[in-house]
Design a protein around this ligand. Structure first.
Ligand SMILES: Nc1ncnc2c1ncn2[C@@H]1O[C@H](COP(=O)(O)OP(=O)(O)OP(=O)(O)O)[C@@H](O)[C@H]1O
Length: 328
Protein backbone atom coordinates (compact mmCIF):
# COMPACT_ATOMS: atom_id res chain seq x y z
CA UNK A 1 0.00 0.00 0.00
CA UNK A 2 1.20 3.50 -0.89
CA UNK A 3 0.17 6.35 1.40
CA UNK A 4 0.63 9.96 0.35
CA UNK A 5 0.24 12.49 3.16
CA UNK A 6 0.05 16.25 2.66
CA UNK A 7 2.48 16.23 -0.25
CA UNK A 8 3.39 19.79 -1.21
CA UNK A 9 5.80 21.40 -3.67
CA UNK A 10 6.52 25.08 -4.10
CA UNK A 11 8.62 26.43 -6.94
CA UNK A 12 9.41 29.94 -5.68
CA UNK A 13 6.03 31.61 -5.27
CA UNK A 14 4.21 28.89 -7.24
CA UNK A 15 2.59 26.16 -5.18
CA UNK A 16 2.59 23.45 -7.85
CA UNK A 17 1.24 20.78 -5.47
CA UNK A 18 -0.69 21.84 -2.42
CA UNK A 19 -1.13 19.30 0.35
CA UNK A 20 -2.18 16.20 -1.55
CA UNK A 21 -3.21 13.05 0.34
CA UNK A 22 -4.43 9.70 -0.93
CA UNK A 23 -3.98 5.98 -0.47
CA UNK A 24 -3.27 3.44 -3.15
CA UNK A 25 -4.18 -0.11 -2.21
CA UNK A 26 -2.18 -3.10 -3.38
CA UNK A 27 -3.19 -4.01 -6.93
CA UNK A 28 -5.17 -0.81 -7.42
CA UNK A 29 -4.79 1.61 -10.33
CA UNK A 30 -5.34 5.29 -9.60
CA UNK A 31 -5.27 8.00 -12.26
CA UNK A 32 -4.28 11.60 -11.58
CA UNK A 33 -6.23 13.65 -14.06
CA UNK A 34 -6.58 17.37 -14.67
CA UNK A 35 -5.66 20.24 -16.96
CA UNK A 36 -2.11 21.12 -17.95
CA UNK A 37 -0.11 22.61 -15.09
CA UNK A 38 -2.37 21.33 -12.26
CA UNK A 39 0.54 19.43 -10.67
CA UNK A 40 0.11 15.84 -11.84
CA UNK A 41 3.68 15.17 -12.97
CA UNK A 42 5.15 16.97 -9.98
CA UNK A 43 3.09 14.73 -7.67
CA UNK A 44 4.29 11.59 -9.46
CA UNK A 45 7.92 12.71 -9.34
CA UNK A 46 7.77 13.46 -5.65
CA UNK A 47 6.67 9.90 -5.04
CA UNK A 48 9.88 8.47 -6.51
CA UNK A 49 11.85 11.52 -5.30
CA UNK A 50 12.91 12.78 -8.70
CA UNK A 51 11.60 15.96 -7.05
CA UNK A 52 12.03 16.48 -3.31
CA UNK A 53 8.79 17.57 -1.61
CA UNK A 54 8.59 20.92 0.20
CA UNK A 55 6.34 19.21 2.76
CA UNK A 56 4.46 15.97 3.32
CA UNK A 57 5.55 12.37 3.01
CA UNK A 58 5.08 9.10 1.15
CA UNK A 59 4.88 5.70 2.85
CA UNK A 60 5.25 2.25 1.30
CA UNK A 61 3.50 -0.36 3.44
CA UNK A 62 3.66 2.06 6.35
CA UNK A 63 7.37 2.84 5.99
CA UNK A 64 8.27 6.49 5.41
CA UNK A 65 10.27 6.69 2.16
CA UNK A 66 12.21 9.72 3.42
CA UNK A 67 14.65 7.32 5.07
CA UNK A 68 15.25 5.31 1.88
CA UNK A 69 18.01 6.56 -0.48
CA UNK A 70 16.35 7.82 -3.71
CA UNK A 71 18.26 5.34 -5.92
CA UNK A 72 17.09 2.40 -3.79
CA UNK A 73 13.57 3.78 -3.73
CA UNK A 74 13.45 4.04 -7.52
CA UNK A 75 14.31 0.35 -7.86
CA UNK A 76 11.05 -0.36 -6.02
CA UNK A 77 9.03 1.99 -8.19
CA UNK A 78 8.73 1.42 -11.94
CA UNK A 79 8.61 4.63 -13.95
CA UNK A 80 7.29 4.86 -17.49
CA UNK A 81 6.98 8.17 -19.28
CA UNK A 82 5.90 9.35 -22.71
CA UNK A 83 8.74 9.00 -25.23
CA UNK A 84 10.70 7.04 -22.63
CA UNK A 85 14.43 7.18 -23.19
CA UNK A 86 15.37 3.58 -23.84
CA UNK A 87 19.13 3.07 -23.70
CA UNK A 88 20.00 3.33 -27.41
CA UNK A 89 23.09 1.11 -27.31
CA UNK A 90 21.43 -1.67 -25.36
CA UNK A 91 19.21 -4.33 -26.86
CA UNK A 92 15.54 -4.63 -26.00
CA UNK A 93 16.33 -7.52 -23.63
CA UNK A 94 19.12 -5.55 -21.92
CA UNK A 95 16.84 -2.54 -21.55
CA UNK A 96 14.13 -4.61 -19.89
CA UNK A 97 16.72 -6.35 -17.67
CA UNK A 98 18.01 -3.04 -16.24
CA UNK A 99 16.28 -3.06 -12.85
CA UNK A 100 16.43 -6.83 -12.23
CA UNK A 101 20.20 -6.63 -12.82
CA UNK A 102 20.57 -3.73 -10.41
CA UNK A 103 18.53 -5.74 -7.90
CA UNK A 104 21.03 -8.58 -8.31
CA UNK A 105 18.60 -11.22 -9.56
CA UNK A 106 20.27 -14.45 -10.75
CA UNK A 107 20.72 -14.59 -14.54
CA UNK A 108 18.15 -17.34 -15.27
CA UNK A 109 15.50 -15.42 -13.34
CA UNK A 110 16.28 -12.25 -15.30
CA UNK A 111 16.14 -14.12 -18.61
CA UNK A 112 12.80 -15.69 -17.67
CA UNK A 113 11.35 -12.34 -16.62
CA UNK A 114 12.48 -10.62 -19.84
CA UNK A 115 11.01 -13.41 -21.97
CA UNK A 116 7.76 -13.34 -19.99
CA UNK A 117 7.33 -9.58 -20.44
CA UNK A 118 8.22 -9.64 -24.14
CA UNK A 119 5.59 -12.34 -24.71
CA UNK A 120 3.00 -10.47 -22.66
CA UNK A 121 3.55 -7.28 -24.64
CA UNK A 122 3.24 -9.08 -27.96
CA UNK A 123 6.95 -8.85 -28.83
CA UNK A 124 8.12 -12.44 -29.47
CA UNK A 125 11.60 -12.77 -27.87
CA UNK A 126 13.03 -14.63 -30.89
CA UNK A 127 12.36 -11.55 -33.01
CA UNK A 128 12.71 -8.67 -30.58
CA UNK A 129 15.09 -9.55 -27.74
CA UNK A 130 18.23 -8.65 -29.68
CA UNK A 131 16.90 -5.64 -31.53
CA UNK A 132 18.04 -2.13 -30.67
CA UNK A 133 15.54 0.64 -29.88
CA UNK A 134 16.06 2.43 -33.23
CA UNK A 135 14.90 -0.74 -35.01
CA UNK A 136 11.48 -0.53 -33.34
CA UNK A 137 8.33 1.43 -34.18
CA UNK A 138 7.10 4.07 -31.74
CA UNK A 139 4.45 1.72 -30.37
CA UNK A 140 6.98 -1.09 -29.89
CA UNK A 141 9.30 1.31 -28.06
CA UNK A 142 6.46 2.33 -25.72
CA UNK A 143 5.78 -1.34 -25.00
CA UNK A 144 9.44 -1.90 -24.14
CA UNK A 145 9.38 1.22 -21.95
CA UNK A 146 6.42 -0.09 -19.95
CA UNK A 147 7.88 -3.63 -19.83
CA UNK A 148 11.14 -2.18 -18.51
CA UNK A 149 9.27 -0.26 -15.82
CA UNK A 150 7.47 -3.45 -14.73
CA UNK A 151 10.48 -5.77 -14.90
CA UNK A 152 11.63 -5.56 -11.27
CA UNK A 153 8.10 -6.28 -9.95
CA UNK A 154 7.86 -2.79 -8.47
CA UNK A 155 5.72 -1.99 -5.44
CA UNK A 156 4.08 0.64 -7.63
CA UNK A 157 4.28 1.44 -11.32
CA UNK A 158 4.33 5.19 -11.94
CA UNK A 159 3.20 6.11 -15.44
CA UNK A 160 3.25 9.62 -16.89
CA UNK A 161 1.26 9.77 -20.15
CA UNK A 162 2.83 6.44 -21.17
CA UNK A 163 0.69 6.03 -24.27
CA UNK A 164 0.67 9.70 -25.18
CA UNK A 165 2.41 10.08 -28.51
CA UNK A 166 0.74 7.23 -30.38
CA UNK A 167 -1.86 7.04 -33.10
CA UNK A 168 -5.35 6.24 -31.74
CA UNK A 169 -5.40 2.63 -32.96
CA UNK A 170 -2.00 1.70 -31.51
CA UNK A 171 -2.89 3.56 -28.35
CA UNK A 172 -6.13 1.63 -27.88
CA UNK A 173 -4.35 -1.66 -28.53
CA UNK A 174 -1.63 -0.86 -26.02
CA UNK A 175 -4.17 0.21 -23.41
CA UNK A 176 -6.04 -3.09 -23.87
CA UNK A 177 -2.83 -5.09 -23.58
CA UNK A 178 -1.73 -3.14 -20.56
CA UNK A 179 -5.09 -3.63 -18.85
CA UNK A 180 -4.92 -7.39 -19.37
CA UNK A 181 -1.30 -7.55 -18.14
CA UNK A 182 -2.04 -5.41 -15.10
CA UNK A 183 -5.00 -7.59 -14.13
CA UNK A 184 -2.95 -10.72 -14.57
CA UNK A 185 0.07 -9.48 -12.61
CA UNK A 186 -1.85 -7.47 -10.02
CA UNK A 187 0.43 -4.47 -10.52
CA UNK A 188 -0.29 -1.37 -8.42
CA UNK A 189 -0.39 1.64 -10.74
CA UNK A 190 -0.37 5.42 -10.40
CA UNK A 191 -1.10 6.94 -13.79
CA UNK A 192 -0.92 10.55 -14.94
CA UNK A 193 -3.03 11.39 -17.95
CA UNK A 194 -4.81 14.27 -19.68
CA UNK A 195 -7.13 11.85 -21.32
CA UNK A 196 -10.33 11.18 -19.42
CA UNK A 197 -11.20 8.16 -21.57
CA UNK A 198 -7.79 6.64 -20.83
CA UNK A 199 -8.29 7.26 -17.12
CA UNK A 200 -11.75 5.66 -17.17
CA UNK A 201 -10.42 2.69 -19.05
CA UNK A 202 -7.25 1.98 -17.06
CA UNK A 203 -7.96 3.17 -13.52
CA UNK A 204 -10.08 1.88 -10.66
CA UNK A 205 -10.31 5.38 -9.17
CA UNK A 206 -9.62 8.86 -10.46
CA UNK A 207 -8.13 11.78 -8.54
CA UNK A 208 -9.19 14.99 -10.26
CA UNK A 209 -6.67 17.77 -9.71
CA UNK A 210 -7.19 21.52 -9.97
CA UNK A 211 -4.43 24.01 -9.17
CA UNK A 212 -2.32 21.64 -7.08
CA UNK A 213 -5.17 20.07 -5.14
CA UNK A 214 -7.32 16.97 -5.42
CA UNK A 215 -10.88 18.20 -5.83
CA UNK A 216 -12.53 14.78 -6.19
CA UNK A 217 -11.31 11.23 -5.72
CA UNK A 218 -13.81 8.62 -6.81
CA UNK A 219 -14.51 5.54 -8.85
CA UNK A 220 -15.37 6.31 -12.50
CA UNK A 221 -19.08 5.63 -12.07
CA UNK A 222 -19.42 7.92 -9.02
CA UNK A 223 -17.46 10.65 -10.77
CA UNK A 224 -19.75 10.48 -13.78
CA UNK A 225 -22.96 10.29 -11.78
CA UNK A 226 -21.99 12.79 -9.10
CA UNK A 227 -19.28 15.25 -10.17
CA UNK A 228 -18.36 17.37 -7.14
CA UNK A 229 -18.20 20.68 -9.00
CA UNK A 230 -18.76 22.43 -12.30
CA UNK A 231 -15.01 22.09 -12.90
CA UNK A 232 -15.13 18.28 -12.58
CA UNK A 233 -18.24 18.19 -14.74
CA UNK A 234 -16.54 20.18 -17.49
CA UNK A 235 -13.48 17.92 -17.32
CA UNK A 236 -15.64 14.82 -17.72
CA UNK A 237 -17.25 16.32 -20.80
CA UNK A 238 -20.92 16.89 -20.07
CA UNK A 239 -22.16 16.17 -23.60
CA UNK A 240 -21.09 12.52 -23.74
CA UNK A 241 -21.31 11.76 -20.04
CA UNK A 242 -24.13 9.28 -20.59
CA UNK A 243 -22.11 7.38 -23.17
CA UNK A 244 -19.08 7.27 -20.87
CA UNK A 245 -21.31 5.84 -18.15
CA UNK A 246 -22.50 3.15 -20.56
CA UNK A 247 -18.92 2.24 -21.44
CA UNK A 248 -18.25 1.33 -17.78
CA UNK A 249 -20.75 -1.53 -17.60
CA UNK A 250 -20.95 -4.76 -19.53
CA UNK A 251 -24.12 -6.14 -21.14
CA UNK A 252 -24.11 -9.25 -18.98
CA UNK A 253 -24.76 -7.15 -15.86
CA UNK A 254 -28.06 -5.91 -17.27
CA UNK A 255 -29.38 -8.43 -19.76
CA UNK A 256 -32.69 -10.18 -19.42
CA UNK A 257 -33.69 -13.76 -20.26
CA UNK A 258 -33.68 -14.70 -23.95
CA UNK A 259 -37.20 -16.02 -24.44
CA UNK A 260 -37.91 -16.27 -28.12
CA UNK A 261 -34.72 -15.83 -30.10
CA UNK A 262 -33.64 -18.64 -32.41
CA UNK A 263 -30.31 -19.23 -34.18
CA UNK A 264 -30.63 -19.22 -37.96
CA UNK A 265 -27.47 -21.25 -38.51
CA UNK A 266 -25.36 -18.60 -40.20
CA UNK A 267 -24.30 -16.97 -36.93
CA UNK A 268 -27.34 -14.66 -36.85
CA UNK A 269 -30.49 -14.91 -34.73
CA UNK A 270 -34.16 -14.21 -35.33
CA UNK A 271 -36.85 -13.30 -32.86
CA UNK A 272 -40.10 -15.27 -33.10
CA UNK A 273 -42.49 -13.46 -35.41
CA UNK A 274 -39.81 -11.21 -36.89
CA UNK A 275 -38.65 -11.45 -40.48
CA UNK A 276 -35.09 -10.15 -40.11
CA UNK A 277 -32.17 -11.98 -38.60
CA UNK A 278 -29.57 -10.06 -36.63
CA UNK A 279 -25.93 -10.48 -35.64
CA UNK A 280 -25.75 -11.01 -31.86
CA UNK A 281 -23.75 -9.04 -29.32
CA UNK A 282 -20.78 -10.60 -27.59
CA UNK A 283 -21.08 -11.13 -23.83
CA UNK A 284 -17.92 -9.02 -23.43
CA UNK A 285 -19.57 -5.97 -25.04
CA UNK A 286 -20.12 -2.80 -23.02
CA UNK A 287 -23.52 -1.15 -22.74
CA UNK A 288 -22.12 1.56 -24.98
CA UNK A 289 -21.42 -0.94 -27.73
CA UNK A 290 -24.86 -2.43 -27.14
CA UNK A 291 -26.56 0.97 -27.51
CA UNK A 292 -24.59 1.68 -30.65
CA UNK A 293 -25.54 -1.66 -32.21
CA UNK A 294 -29.21 -1.24 -31.30
CA UNK A 295 -29.27 2.22 -32.87
CA UNK A 296 -27.41 1.07 -35.95
CA UNK A 297 -29.65 -1.97 -36.45
CA UNK A 298 -32.76 0.11 -35.72
CA UNK A 299 -34.13 -2.44 -33.25
CA UNK A 300 -34.90 -2.30 -29.54
CA UNK A 301 -33.54 -5.70 -28.54
CA UNK A 302 -30.54 -7.87 -29.42
CA UNK A 303 -29.45 -11.33 -28.27
CA UNK A 304 -26.17 -11.74 -26.37
CA UNK A 305 -23.96 -14.78 -26.95
CA UNK A 306 -21.08 -16.33 -25.03
CA UNK A 307 -17.72 -17.35 -26.50
CA UNK A 308 -19.14 -20.66 -27.66
CA UNK A 309 -21.91 -18.89 -29.61
CA UNK A 310 -24.76 -19.87 -27.27
CA UNK A 311 -27.40 -17.29 -26.35
CA UNK A 312 -27.02 -16.12 -22.75
CA UNK A 313 -29.61 -13.31 -22.70
CA UNK A 314 -31.00 -10.26 -24.44
CA UNK A 315 -30.28 -6.58 -24.02
CA UNK A 316 -32.78 -3.85 -24.81
CA UNK A 317 -32.92 -0.06 -24.85
CA UNK A 318 -35.19 0.12 -21.83
CA UNK A 319 -32.59 -1.58 -19.62
CA UNK A 320 -29.82 0.61 -21.00
CA UNK A 321 -31.76 3.78 -20.30
CA UNK A 322 -32.58 2.57 -16.79
CA UNK A 323 -28.85 2.18 -16.11
CA UNK A 324 -28.45 5.95 -16.57
CA UNK A 325 -31.38 6.60 -14.22
CA UNK A 326 -30.45 8.40 -11.03
CA UNK A 327 -27.89 10.57 -12.80
CA UNK A 328 -28.80 14.15 -13.54
N1 LIG B 1 11.10 22.76 -12.14
C1 LIG B 1 10.11 23.67 -12.06
N2 LIG B 1 10.38 24.95 -11.76
C2 LIG B 1 9.37 25.85 -11.66
N3 LIG B 1 8.07 25.57 -11.85
C3 LIG B 1 7.75 24.31 -12.16
C4 LIG B 1 8.74 23.29 -12.29
N4 LIG B 1 8.12 22.13 -12.61
C5 LIG B 1 6.80 22.40 -12.68
N5 LIG B 1 6.58 23.71 -12.41
C6 LIG B 1 5.26 24.38 -12.37
O1 LIG B 1 4.44 23.61 -11.49
C7 LIG B 1 3.11 23.52 -11.98
C8 LIG B 1 2.69 22.08 -12.11
O2 LIG B 1 3.46 21.44 -13.13
P1 LIG B 1 3.27 19.91 -13.52
O3 LIG B 1 4.28 19.57 -14.56
O4 LIG B 1 3.26 19.08 -12.30
O5 LIG B 1 1.81 19.94 -14.14
P2 LIG B 1 1.03 18.80 -14.94
O6 LIG B 1 -0.33 18.76 -14.35
O7 LIG B 1 1.80 17.55 -14.95
O8 LIG B 1 0.98 19.45 -16.38
P3 LIG B 1 1.05 18.76 -17.83
O9 LIG B 1 -0.22 17.99 -17.96
O10 LIG B 1 1.11 19.94 -18.74
O11 LIG B 1 2.27 17.91 -17.86
C9 LIG B 1 3.09 24.32 -13.27
O12 LIG B 1 2.63 25.61 -12.99
C10 LIG B 1 4.54 24.34 -13.70
O13 LIG B 1 4.82 25.48 -14.46
Amino acid sequence: MITVEGLTKSFGPVRAVDGISFELAEGEALALIGPSGCGKSTTLRMINRLIEPSAGRVLIDGVDTTGIPPATLRLRMGYAIQGIGLFPHRTVAQNIATVPRLLGWPRPRIAARVAELLELFGLPPAIFARKYPHELSGGQQQRVGVARAMAGKPAVLLMDEPFGALDPITRTRLQDEFLAIRRRMGTTVLLVTHDMDEAFKLADRLAVMERGRIVQLDAPESLLRRPASAFVESLIGSEDRGLKLLSLAGVTALMGPAMDWMPIGDGTFRKAGANVSLAPLSASASLREAASRLVFAGVDELPVIDEGGAIVGVIDMERIIAFGGGSR
